[in-house]
Design a protein around this ligand. Structure first.
Ligand code: DGL
Length: 264
């Protein structure tokens, strides 16, 4: 049965777990396959060609596993590869994640919004188009955050460094009057509290996990592909050494899990 097939989710690392968590809670009947392309993290400093090549390899793994849909739980891979993937694999349903320019533009009162993202996302045509389309009459500050993804991946050991980086990237935006800040990288969901501590309560933070899962639900239901049998199994894979990644995955997932090595 098509409905009982799994949903593939991927990111360069643990960032996409923030989206998977939302999926796990919002769609309790679905089973999932998660791939972290840790051997190629970060995607943010890679060329478009490289990110596309990695996205293609992971997509082919998912297709072999016969998934019913693929969630690109990475703003960088969405920005650089989703059009290419949709053109190449026409039968496959792809759901991507993009910085929330439109919702931020609707919410702002100061008419200054901020987008935090990776280098590759900030340079992408897709983000520039979003800003052009929805940012009329609004000052959109697009801030690349090199080093932040790697620091978040290093977890608690790098808490002070992570804090310092966030401060460095966010403070200039605050002084320009930003009142809405969109998290344009799925890794940043894991440091929402640190960002909140720096920006204070008057700035709205937008995380796109829930709307992405809403969109996935809508697409699956439109095609009569939503599972109606309880099955919330998840398989976790990494392209890096399992020895290094297993405990990290557990920390970010929040429960004991088994992680497999994916040699692609
Ligand atoms: N979580 C990815 C994103 O949303 C991080 C990309 C990276 O590895 O630099 O963009």
């Amino acid at each position: 049965m098509q409905k009982n097939k799994r949903i593939g989710v991927f990111d360069s690392g643990i960032g996409g777990l923030s989206l998977l968590k939302a999926g796990y809670w919002q769609l309790p009947n679905e089973a999932w396959l998660y791939v972290a392309d840790e051997a190629y993290l970060p995607y943010g400093d890679k060329t478009t060609e490289k990110v596309r090549e990695r996205a293609k390899m992971i997509t082919e793994f998912f297709i072999k596993c016969d998934v019913k849909a693929i969630v690109i739980a990475c703003n960088t891979a969405t920005a650089t590869a989703i059009d290419f993937l949709r053109e190449t694999y026409r039968e496959t349903i792809f759901i991507g994640v993009e910085p929330a320019v439109k919702p931020a533009a609707k919410l702002t009162k100061t008419k200054v919004i901020g987008i935090l993202a990776t280098d590759a996302t900030t340079e992408s045509l897709r983000l520039n188009k979003l800003v052009q389309t929805f940012g009329e009459g609004i000052k959109v500050l697009v801030q690349p955050c090199p080093g932040l993804v790697e620091s978040i991946e290093n977890g608690n050991h790098h808490e002070a460094k992570t804090h310092k980086l966030i401060k460095m990237y966010v403070e200039p935006m605050l002084s320009q009057g930003v009142d809405v800040l969109a998290l344009g990288c799925t890794h940043y969901s894991f440091v929402k509290k640190a960002i909140r501590d720096i920006v204070g309560d008057s700035v709205t933070l937008i995380d796109t996990s829930k709307p992405v899962i809403d969109e996935l639900k809508y697409r699956l239901s439109r095609q009569k592909l939503l599972s109606n049998e309880k099955n919330s199994k998840i398989e976790f894979w990494t392209t890096n050494s399992i020895k290094n990644d297993s405990s990290k995955f557990e920390t970010f997932w929040g429960n004991p899990i088994k992680v497999g090595y994916l040699n692609i």
